[in-house]
Design a protein around this ligand. Sequence first.
Ligand SMILES: [Fe+2]
Ligand SMILES: [Fe+2]
Length: 267
Amino acid sequence: MNIHRLGNDVTVLNDQFEIPALGHLPINAFVLHAEQPVVVDTGVGTPDRDFLSTLSSVIDPADVKWIYLTHPDRDHTGGLYDLLEAAPEARVITTFLGVGILSCENPLPMDRVYLLNPGQRIDVGDRSLAAFRPPLFDSPATTGFFDTRTGVCFSSDCFGAVMESPDHAAVSDLAHMPQAELKGRQQLWATVDSPWVHNVDPKRFAGALSELLRSDPTLVLSSHLPPTRSVTTLLDNLVDVPLADPFVGPDQAALEAMLAEFEPISA
Ligand SMILES: [Fe+2]
Ligand SMILES: [Fe+2]
C-alpha cells in the first residue's frame, strides 16, 4: 500500500486491485487526524493484505476512536474486525442497514456501533462529521461525510476510475493522471458501480451533483479515485452519465477466450 499525507488532517492509505480487461482500480482508506482520530474504511481483506499493519505505520491503532464505515462492501471492511480488536475504545460509525448487512456474516457488537444517518452529524472533538448521501453509491448503507473544520468531503464510492496503469492508480493527486481520459474513466466507473443511474431523471441527477458543489468541498476524497481539489471538473464529468452506455461485463464466451490465451503449465 502507498501512504500519502495530505496536510495536517488526512492520510490516504492507497491500495489497488487489477481488474481483468479493465485496468487498475485504486482502493483508498483514510485516517482523519481529528482530536478523536477517525479511520475511514478499512481496505480489502485478502490474505496478502494486512490493513492493521499498514495503519500502524500512520497511527497507533489503540488511539483510534472512530471507524467511519462508508458502507460494508468487501473492499471497505478488510481490516474492520482486526482494528476493532486493536482499538478497544473505537466505535463503528455506520447506518442501521450497515449493521444489518454485516450481521449476515460477522455481527458487530452493538455497544461498538454508532448509527449516523444522512443529514446528521457527530462530534469528534475538534470538528464534526456531517453525513450525507452521495449522488452515486452501490450500497443502500452508504453515507459520505464532510469534515466541518476543513471542508474535506469523503465521498465513498461516488467517484472512481479504473486506471490504465498501476502508477496512475497510485498517484497522490488526480491532477497527476492524464486528464483527457478522466471523463471516460469516471463515467465507466459510474455505470459499473451504480448501474441504476440509467433509470434516473438526468435533471434530478444534475441537481444532486449541484447540491454537492454548493457544499463547496475544499478537497474530495474518494474510495476509488485519487484526491482532488478540482471539484467542478469531477462533477461536470458525470453530469450526463444517466445517458451513457450501460456497462455490460464479459460473458462466458469472452471468459473462455481469455482463458484460451493462457499457456498451459508444463510439467
Ligand atoms: Fe462499494
Ligand atoms: Fe468501494
